[in-house]
Ligand binder design. Structure first.
Ligand code: DAK
Length: 260
């Protein structure tokens, strides 16, 4: 499948999806979101892919937001359709069976920050900038930012960003827990790949179950979430992976996991 606005490259069980509209700082218009939805739905079915990396083309932006020229003339009904499309994309990423790493290589504003929030792990380059500047355009975030940002960094800090629309640098984003770490721009993709390779070397079924239990469990109270964890823990003993992993440990050799 070829796309007009994104690039998909797969090697060694790692798929890299690059939002490719550098002249518009990779802003998300309807066609880009539709292509992302198709692409992530296909990746969800692809058992050979164990980790996904999302980044933006060029050295300036991850994604500078939803496309303002596209949104400018929208009616309320069209705005709703556009917002639902953005939600479908972020939900698909969040529910993807594979872990998703955001390689944030520049501006991650508005819908771009929200896209990164839907990923499982965020690494940023030292030139990255974050913010939810929607209030400066007379709108509120529409791709889940009002919900995922407070859940990730806490309500007080999220409110400061959401109400002020201010933009913070990568170190501040790291300090507040919006990104895991900051690396030099020329190291960003290598660091993301190293992490992806490490994850891909682990038991694929166990990694997928980890993602499932973290994401679903965080929406439950602790007691129910731990009981849910116990159910998925039990499920591990029904598969070949636990047998191979434990046997390999006892035989003092690296495990040989099969893609599942
Ligand atoms: N949309 C469209 N084009 C954009 C863009 C964007 N978000 N951001 C940048 N561009 C374009 C610029 O227009 C410019 O195009 P040309 O003039 O060259 O044709 C090109 O990218 C380069 O940008 P600049 O010349 O502005 O570059 P600078 O280095 O001077 O500034 C900047 C970089 C990132 C600080 C600046 O471009 C900027 O402030 N961009 C806008 C950032 C922003 O406000 N992002 C949030 C967008 S709003 C909802 C659905 C969705 C959303 C909300 C609700 N519902 C349906 C409920 C989401 C909203 C958003 O994401």
């Amino acid at each position: 499948m070829t796309y007009n606005n994104i690039l998909l490259e797969t090697s060694d069980a790692i798929a890299t999806v690059t939002i490719n509209r550098p002249k518009a700082l990779n802003a998300l218009n309807r066609e880009t979101l539709e292509e992302m939805l198709t692409c992530f739905n296909e990746l969800a079915q692809d058992r050979s892919v164990q980790v996904v990396i999302i980044t933006g083309a060029g050295e300036k932006a991850f994604v500078a937001g939803a496309d303002i020229s596209f949104m400018q003339g929208l009616t309320p009904d069209e705005g709703k359709v556009f917002g639902r499309l953005g939600h479908a994309v972020t939900r698909t990423i969040e529910n993807l069976p594979q872990p998703v790493i955001a390689a944030i290589n520049g501006f991650a504003l508005g819908g771009g920050c929200e896209l990164s929030l839907a990923c499982d792990i965020r690494l940023a380059s030292d030139n990255a900038r974050f913010g939810q500047p929607e209030v400066n355009l007379g709108i509120i975030p529409g791709f889940g930012g009002t919900q995922r940002l407070p859940r990730l960094i806490g309500k007080g800090l999220a409110n400061e960003l959401l109400f002020s629309g201010k933009i913070i640098d990568a170190l501040e984003a790291c300090r507040v827990g919006l990104v895991n770490r900051v690396v030099a721009q020329d190291r960003l993709m290598a660091e993301c790949r190293e992490l992806a390779v490490l994850i891909a070397s682990r038991g694929p079924a166990a990694v997928r179950l980890c993602k499932e239990v973290v994401n679903n469990g965080m929406e439950m109270d602790l007691h129910r979430a731990c009981s849910y964890e116990a159910d998925l823990f039990a499920l591990c003993f029904a598969g070949a992976e636990q047998k191979e992993g434990m046997m390999a440990f006892l035989e003092k050799r690296p495990p040989k996991f099969q893609a599942n």
